[in-house]
Design a protein around this ligand. Structure first.
Ligand SMILES: NC(=O)c1ccc[n+]([C@@H]2O[C@H](COP(=O)([O-])OP(=O)(O)OC[C@H]3O[C@@H](n4cnc5c(N)ncnc54)[C@H](OP(=O)(O)O)[C@@H]3O)[C@@H](O)[C@H]2O)c1
Ligand SMILES: *[C@@H]1O[C@H](CO)[C@@H](O)[C@H](O)[C@H]1NC(C)=O
Ligand SMILES: *[C@@H]1O[C@H](CO)[C@@H](O)[C@H](O)[C@H]1NC(C)=O
Length: 332
């Protein structure tokens, strides 16, 4: 939140903005009418006064432990947090403003989050694939499977996570710089745990490849898997192109020239639809119960996100295409 545009005679850092990614106010000229704001910041829970700013300095000058990204500043204790772009002068406050503060907890950047979330499964899976010691019986250490599906599955799994890592670094444009540190423990347990569990069974010396439809099944599974990976990537590119570099704008995504994005006609979150398809393909390929379980859990989680996202699209855009479902066309 910025106190930009307010005029504070005795201080250069007039910016509470410093609180959130600051900048010092650019445009006050002395000819501007002098407006003095008094700002007090209360704890949103206890209503204790944290500070009173008459010569405004950033909150973290008083409380260094609460750096900018940790702060949630609101006009109402239970209301929404103000955005980094908000400017004090344009807020519905008089010359005495009361804000409520909430500590969001330790923060960590999105890029770090994704790199640990996705790097873990990649390496863990490979450990099982190469049959590192202490996983299976010692006589199997560093042996390779005689089933070609096992090698194919390893390539697919590694490809999937490499793609995610590269997308995180080079494709996604995040609107929030950080997320709470505690989420990372939850997410890593989920991704790492499942990767290890799946890899243990797929690379097990006693693993048996699909028997019912044999090679035909594996081939079809591979096609589904690859098709969905490309689809998923196409959606990420389309989402990236919706957002000009450095901006935070949100637009309705529409189909582009790329046929993989035409699914936007029917669903709001096709990236999740494709992800579901990918894991379905992987399940078919390996015919392995933990993989089916991972696919099912992922599906439930993504449905929850997709519904939330769909709802927020409907709320934000009055002309949102009515034909769209959150994740599965016409169904869910
Ligand atoms: N708790 C939840 O409700 C929830 C929901 C989704 C994801 N997640 C978390 O996020 C992680 C990954 O989710 P994800 O892979 O789907 O990535 P994501 O973090 O949701 O999104 C990746 C990037 O695409 C951008 N984007 C999405 N829609 C856009 C639009 N209409 N216009 C412009 N840019 C847009 C996103 O911007 P925005 O940041 O503006 O969306 C974000 O920068 C999960 O592991 C989970 O922890 C949580
Ligand atoms: C997936 O799609 C949804 C809806 O468009 C979006 O909110 C989310 O950020 C996307 N995820 C990624 C990684 O782009
Ligand atoms: C597809 O997109 C989702 C979110 O946008 C991402 O988390 C996932 O890793 C992608 N899945 C595949 C199969 O590439």
């Amino acid at each position: 939140m910025k106190l930009n545009g307010a005029f504070w005679p005795s201080s250069k850092t007039l910016c509470l903005a410093q609180t959130h990614h600051l900048s010092s106010p650019r445009e006050h000229t002395l000819s501007q009418a002098v407006v003095f704001f008094e700002v007090e910041i209360l704890d949103a829970k206890t209503k204790d006064k944290l500070c009173f700013l008459d010569k405004v300095r950033p909150l973290h000058k008083y409380y260094p432990q609460w750096y900018a990204a940790r702060q949630s500043i609101r006009l109402d204790p239970k209301g929404k947090s103000l955005k980094d772009e908000d400017v004090l002068q344009h807020l519905p406050v008089g010359t005495t403003a009361t804000f409520y503060f909430r500590d969001l907890g330790a923060q960590i950047s999105w890029v770090t989050v994704f790199l640990t979330e996705y790097g873990g499964p990649l390496l863990l899976y490979l450990m099982f694939y190469f049959r590192a010691p202490f996983i299976y019986a010692p006589k199997y250490d560093f042996t390779t499977s005689k089933h070609w599906v096992v090698h194919l599955a390893c390539m697919c799994h590694s490809f999937h996570y490499l793609k995610r890592l590269l997308e995180t670094l080079f494709v996604h444009r995040f609107s929030h710089g950080t997320m709470p540190l505690r989420n990372i423990f939850k997410n890593c347990t989920y991704y790492w745990g499942f990767a290890a569990w799946m890899a243990y069974y797929i690379n097990h010396p006693l693993y048996t490849p699909p028997t019912i439809y044999g090679e035909q099944q594996v081939r079809i599974a591979l096609i589904i898997f690859l098709f969905c990976q490309v689809g998923n990537f196409s959606i990420h590119i389309a989402l990236r192109n919706l957002r000009p570099p450095g901006s935070k704008t949100r637009k309705i995504p529409y189909p582009t020239k790329n046929p993989f994005t035409w699914i936007f006609l029917l669903v709001s979150c096709p990236n999740y639809t494709y992800e579901l398809g990918s894991w379905f393909g992987f399940t078919l390929m390996t015919q392995c119960l933990p993989v089916a379980f991972f696919t099912a859990v992922g599906f439930i989680q993504m449905t929850v996100w997709a519904k939330g996202k769909h709802r927020s699209y409907l709320k934000e855009f009055r002309d949102y295409p009515p034909l769209r479902s959150p994740i599965l066309p016409f169904v869910l």
